[in-house]
Design a binder for this molecule. Structure first.
Ligand SMILES: Cc1cc2nc3c(=O)[nH]c(=O)nc-3n(C[C@H](O)[C@H](O)[C@H](O)COP(=O)(O)OP(=O)(O)OC[C@H]3O[C@@H](n4cnc5c(N)ncnc54)[C@H](O)[C@@H]3O)c2cc1C
Length: 430
């Protein structure tokens, strides 16, 4: 089998790595073994599943090719959001009110679950409340107003309010946006702190956790699945592929449905001299196709994410590329030092909805949260464990979405997607 797996570690230290505090190392797998469930991937999905399975008395081994959180989970924008990736009224058109409502409710449970989980296990995740969704184009006031109204009337979610241009400018600290909605029922977190705490809790529950252990192949015989690595084979009754955008050539069905898109973030020095920048400390997410997402950290830095590349090549200088977008948004920050810059792969699916599928007998793949996975991935890991342990699981809701594969097969899908997404990105600029 050709192996195109690449290290997820983008060049440059992330601000999360610099500020996470103690990050204990875990051993690599050393020798073959048998378990009930093997998990490939040490991000939120895999680690939550490991925790809940171990807690329920299921023997579980999790392997991660790098350090825990080296994939998207330890390097993302930290924004929880609300609902699914699409506004509920848009999902409604596709799926009908009942399913759209069920998916919205599920995401609400996911949000609450994450916050409760961190609180219950004493994991400091630097939670700050609030999110502003803002329009970079004129003429969308009615749409944003309707979003707030529909959330309250049809989805029992009264926490969203419309912002006109003036309020948007005051809350974001720039006049670049024309209107928006303010969501006081969500917020943002330090994701690497969550994964470090989660690993500690999963290990304490009895999960066997291995870092620097890459799965190189999966085969099946006699009703068992064998996950091969260079330091041993894990034989299991069931396998969870929690590899998201980093699947490479390990398993073709996942690779055909989840596409990696590079997204990049830069952190500035603390903004103590610029109190006009997001004075309420909410997270901001804009309406561009190549979304700009930014927020201030607890120590008052601006974390600004935006530039995407649609191939596996990292940009030569992430910091400078992001600086352009920061200055466009906040001209006063022209000379602010950028202290950290990093990137990671967002796993997207064609309809931008999560991918949950049994890809081989007993082998389930979960991922493709399409930039909306901070809360959903944590919850989906738990839901997978619920399913394995015989509890009713809302995972069925996602499995029923019937995500199609990207056209073009493994070889062609990247160039095709590159063309399509470059076109949409160009439209952002027009
Ligand atoms: C830059 C960036 C910004 C983002 N911002 C946001 C945001 O603000 N809000 C939001 O909701 N979502 C955001 N996301 C998406 C979110 O981070 C993900 O949806 C979520 O973390 C997915 O978690 P996961 O556990 O499924 O996958 P990951 O965290 O990607 O974990 C997969 C793991 O599998 C490992 N792996 C892969 N192949 C192998 C192998 N063969 N053997 C062993 N290990 C393997 C990888 O090393 C990786 O650690 C962002 C993503 C990125 C990259």
């Amino acid at each position: 089998m050709t192996d195109t797996w690449q290290s997820p570690i983008a060049p440059g230290l992330s601000w999360y790595q610099a500020s996470v505090g103690e990050r204990p190392a875990y051993p690599a797998l050393d020798g073959s073994r048998s378990v009930d469930v093997a998990i490939v991937g040490g991000g939120f999905t895999g680690m939550q599943a490991a925790f809940h399975l171990a807690k329920a008395g299921v023997s579980v081994a999790l392997i991660e090719g790098g350090r825990f959180g080296d994939g998207a989970s330890g390097r993302n924008g930290g924004q929880l959001g609300t609902g699914q990736r699409w506004w509920p009224e848009d999902l409604e058109q596709d799926l009908g009110l009942e399913r759209s409502k069920a998916l919205f409710q599920m995401a609400e449970h996911a949000k609450q679950y994450l916050l409760d989980f961190a609180r219950m296990h004493g994991i400091e995740i630097d939670y700050l409340p609030g999110q502003l969704n803002v329009s970079h184009k004129r003429g969308h006031d009615d749409e944003y107003k309707r979003n707030a109204e529909i959330a309250a009337s049809r989805y029992d979610y009264p926490h969203i309010s419309f912002m006109d241009a003036k309020e948007t400018a005051e809350r974001v600290g720039t006049s670049n946006y024309y209107c928006g909605v303010r969501d006081t029922g969500t917020g943002h977190i330090h994701p690497l702190k969550l994964i470090v705490g989660l690993a500690r809790v999963a290990q304490a529950a009895g999960a066997d956790l291995y870092e620097m252990t890459r799965a190189t192949g999966i085969r099946q015989s006699g009703g068992k699945t064998m996950v091969e690595t260079s330091s041993g084979v894990i034989t299991a009754d069931r396998v969870l592929l929690a590899t998201n955008a980093y699947i490479g050539a390990l398993e073709p069905v996942t690779a055909a449905h989840i596409m990696p898109i590079g997204s990049f973030i830069a952190a500035t020095a603390p903004l103590d001299a610029f109190p006009h920048v997001i004075p309420g400390h909410e997270a901001v997410c804009d309406s561009r196709f190549v979304v700009r997402y930014f927020r201030k950290t607890k120590d008052n830095r601006l974390l600004f994410g935006g530039r995407e590349v649609y191939s596996s090549t990292n940009p030569a200088d992430t910091a400078e590329a992001i600086r352009g977008q920061i200055v466009e948004t906040y001209p006063a920050l022209k000379t602010i030092p950028i202290t950290h810059a990093w990137g990671g792969n967002v796993g997207i699916t064609l309809p931008r909805q999560p991918f949950v599928r049994e890809v081989m007998p007993g082998v389930t793949s979960i991922g493709g949260y399409s930039g909306h996975g901070v809360m959903l991935s944590n919850y989906c890991g738990k839901l997978y464990a619920d399913r394995v342990t015989g509890k009713a699981s809302a995972l069925d809701l996602l499995e029923d979405l019937k995500i199609p594969a990207f056209p073009g097969g493994r070889r062609m899908r990247s160039p095709l997607l590159f063309l399509a997404l470059t076109w949409f990105a160009l439209r952002d600029r027009l």
